[in-house]
Design a binder for this molecule. Structure first.
Ligand code: RTP
Ligand code: MG
Length: 144
């Protein structure tokens, strides 16, 4: 049986805490080792307007201010990864949102912990649905 076409894309961000700790390469390695294809990779310092749009679903929640401050505290590595069921697949590689609950073997479970800061620092973002992925890819990589 031949492989189905690369049916899905997702947006992954190595957040500033991950870039700062030198873990961007490790995240790329895990994405590639799983067999996903890289469609775009760019290191950039996100401005507030982009982050407000990116986190529009969380508007009004108490953690949004600190989250945007954390996300603009340094560069992020923005990645578009492709592959079958990559949206769900990358969420599974990333592990639970709270790194103190994330399973060993996952990016957050292996590499992140609770630093006691106002917002959860969990190294990576991954789109939560194919619809979110296409919205987020259009924001971060309008030319793709
Ligand atoms: P992500 O969007 O980063 O892939 O993570 P997620 O879906 O697992 O989490 P989400 O609910 O979308 O929250 C977005 C990010 O906000 C930070 N957060 N901090 N109470 C807190 O301090 C808090 N709650 C959420 C985390 O960085 C989370 O990944
Ligand atoms: Mg999310």
């Amino acid at each position: 049986m031949t492989d189905a076409p690369l049916a899905q894309r997702t947006l992954v961000l190595v957040k500033p805490d991950g870039v700062r700790r030198g873990l961007a390469g490790e995240v790329l390695r895990r994405i590639e080792a799983k067999g996903y294809t890289l469609a775009a990779v760019e290191l950039r310092h996100a401005d507030e307007a982009l982050l407000v749009e990116h986190y529009a679903e969380h508007a009004g929640k108490p953690f949004v201010g600190p989250l945007i401050a954390m996300m603009s505290s340094g560069p992020v590595l923005a990645i578009v990864a492709e592959g079958q069921r990559v949206v769900e697949g990358f969420r599974s590689l990333a592990g639970a949102t709270d790194p103190t609950l994330a399973a060993p073997g996952t990016i957050r479970g292996d590499l992140a912990r609770d630093w006691g800061r106002p917002v959860i620092e969990n190294l990576v973002h991954g789109s939560d649905s194919p619809t979110s992925a296409e919205r987020e890819i259009a924001l971060w990589f309008p030319a793709l």
